[in-house]
Structures are given as structure tokens and as C-alpha cells.
Design a protein around this ligand. Structure first.
Ligand code: F6P
Length: 322
């Protein structure tokens, strides 16, 4: 193998740059040429390639976002679009491709690896932590720390006003960010898709907390399918209990910022392992980390199989918040 490519796709995640840097430097040390593909699959279809050398990835390890740019490509969902991408790979002689992204990226990657002769490996980069086949995804640790910082700040003002707050975090249809930032931030209640709770049940618990002497509470809500749903929940709670509240939606603040040390180490390790996997002739798999060991999971499984929340953590949050 002489030449490989690397792209970032889907929502950006802090640590993607550290992963690009590691992949580039390991590839070059192994005597490979490596091309960066700008703007994810959209750039692959257009042939938006840039050569990468050691200097091209200098001073990016601490930066959030992705220097390659990212996008969600509708065209790549079509067989025709993927055909164009395959042709581009052939035209510039790519023999291996590293995809850094999440569920959507790996859905596309699964089809690409079936349809083209190029070895494709995925690296999990998403703040959502929802990829099966890895304990943590690149960007998750930074995102939960960003959410935590916000929750801590909100707790100050919640206490000062004896107020109920709903803090909505990202995570698409999963509650990983909500659960871990909720535990770390001492949230009183959690609203997550994996363990649905009715608003009536939430009201019952909040009233109970109030009877126990709690005057301020923080409910961490996972955005789930309906970003902004916290406003509806808050209104319903007001109607049913009379509790006044405030809503804070953290949104894209969770996607930016300098990656934590943990994310940089994970990203560096997985980027290096992805290049090694290609050299070893592996393809059609995602490179993750399970119990501190590098793990290879078929790309298809990463989005077809459901990664579960740590059951013990949800129980813990309930036990600690009483
Ligand atoms: O997948 C990462 C993520 O930040 C999700 O948590 C969120 O639902 C989604 O992306 C938001 O996407 P966009 O940036 O396209 O609004």
C-alpha cells in the first residue's frame, strides 16, 4: 500500500484534529503518502483532496473542530454519489481510507467499503458516544466536561434563587452525555430516552424533593428526537405543580472547545491504530477502545447494534440525588 486518505464527516467533535495528526504522522513514518479529504463525503465526491505532511498537522492537537472541515452529504446516500466517490479514490490511487465520524459516517462507510476496492476503516469521533464497539468516542469527554461546567454555573444561580432548572444537553437519540454530566453535576433528575419518565412522574418526584426540603433542583434533559423539548416539559411541570423554572439549552457549545487530555490521548491512539490496521490489510471495521485495548468491530455493527448506557450509573444517579 502506498497511498491512503483521511476525512472527517458528520458533526465535528473535539479531538478530531488530534486523530488526524496522529494518523498523518504514523502514515508518513511508515512510508505512506496521505491525502486529506476536505468536507467529508461531499469533498470525496468532488475530489477535494489536499496532500498532508508533518507540518500540515503541526499545532492542531489542542484545537477543537476539524481542520479538514466536515459535512453531512445527501448525495453520498445515493449509489450514484458513492460511485463518484469511488472513482475519485481510484483516480488518485487511494488504497486505504480512514473515516473519522459517528453513526451516519459509518452507515455510509459500510456501503463504501462494500462497493469499492479500497480498504475502509472508521474511527469513532462524535460527542454522542453512541457507537457500538468502543467504550468512548473521541469528543465525548470534552463535551461532558463542557456540559458539567455549565451545570455547575447554573447550580450557583439556581441555589441563589431557589429555582428549578432544566438543562438540555445534546446526544441525538441517546442519553450518554446527559447521564455522565448529570452524575458529575449532581443533577436531581434525569430525562433520557433510554429510561423514559412521564412528566407526571417527574412532577411527583419534584414535589417529593420539595417536601424533603430541596428548594432548587437541576433536571438534565437529553435532547432526544426533539431539541427544545425542555421548554414543553417546563411548561407542563408549571401547569401541574406551580413550580416556576428556567430552561437552558447548551446546544452547540458542547461541540466546540479544546479537547481534554483524555480525548487527545484516545484520538492519538485510535488515529495511529487506524493506519496500522490499513497496513495490516484490515478493512470494513471501526477501530475502538474496549477495556483499554484496541478493538476492531465490523462497521455495520457500529450502527446496527445498540450501545447501552451503563445500567449502574443510572441507578447511582437516582440514589445520590435523593
Ligand atoms: O451527533 C452530534 C450532534 O451534536 C448531536 O448531539 C446533535 O443532535 C446533532 O449533532 C446536531 O447536528 P447539527 O450540528 O447538524 O445541528
Amino acid at each position: 500500500m502506498k497511498k491512503i486518505g483521511i476525512l472527517t464527516s458528520g458533526g465535528d467533535a473535539p479531538g478530531m484534529n488530534a486523530c488526524i495528526r496522529a494518523a498523518v504522522r504514523v502514515a508518513l513514518a511508515e512510508g505512506l503518502e496521505i491525502s486529506g479529504i476536505k468536507w467529508g463525503y461531499a469533498g470525496l465526491i468532488r475530489g477535494d483532496f489536499i496532500p498532508l505532511d508533518r507540518r500540515a498537522v503541526a499545532n492542531i492537537i489542542h484545537q477543537g473542530g476539524t481542520v479538514l472541515g466536515t459535512a453531512r452529504s445527501e448525495e453520498f446516500r445515493t449509489k450514484e454519489g458513492r460511485g463518484k466517490a469511488v472513482k475519485m479514490c481510484q483516480d488518485i490511487g487511494l488504497e486505504g481510507l480512514i473515516l473519522i465520524g459517528g453513526e451516519g459516517t459509518f452507515r455510509g462507510g459500510t456501503m463504501l467499503s462494500q462497493e469499492c476496492g479500497v480498504n475502509v476503516v472508521g474511527v469513532p469521533g462524535t460527542i454522542d458516544n453512541d457507537c457500538y464497539g468502543t467504550d468512548y468516542t473521541i469528543g465525548f469527554d470534552t463535551a461532558i466536561n463542557t456540559a458539567l461546567e455549565a451545570i455547575d454555573r447554573i447550580r450557583d444561580t439556581a441555589m441563589s434563587h431557589d429555582r428549578l432548572f432544566f438543562v438540555e444537553v445534546m446526544g441525538r437519540d441517546t442519553g450518554f452525555i446527559a447521564l455522565e454530566s448529570g452524575i458529575a453535576g449532581g443533577a436531581e433528575e434525569l430525562f433520557i430516552p433510554e429510561e423514559p419518565m412521564t412528566v407526571d412522574e417527574l412532577c411527583r418526584r419534584l414535589v417529593e424533593n420539595f417536601k424533603q426540603g430541596k428548594r432548587s433542583s437541576i433536571v438534565v434533559v437529553a435532547e432526544a428526537d426533539q431539541p427544545g423539548e425542555s421548554f414543553h416539559i417546563a411548561r407542563e411541570v408549571k401547569d401541574k405543580t406551580g413550580f416556576d423554572s428556567r430552561v437552558c439549552i447548551l446546544g452547540h457549545t458542547q461541540r466546540g472547545g479544546s479537547p481534554t487530555a483524555r480525548d487527545r490521548v484516545l484520538a492519538s491512539r485510535l488515529g495511529a491504530a487506524a493506519v496500522q490496521a490499513l497496513i495490516d490489510g484490515k478493512g470494513g471495521c471501526m477501530i475502538g477502545e474496549i477495556n483499554r485495548e484496541i478493538a476492531y468491530t465490523p462497521l455495520k455493527d457500529t450502527w446496527e447494534k445498540k450501545k447501552s448506557l451503563h445500567a449502574g450509573l443510572t441507578t447511582l444517579l437516582n440514589a445520590l440525588s435523593d
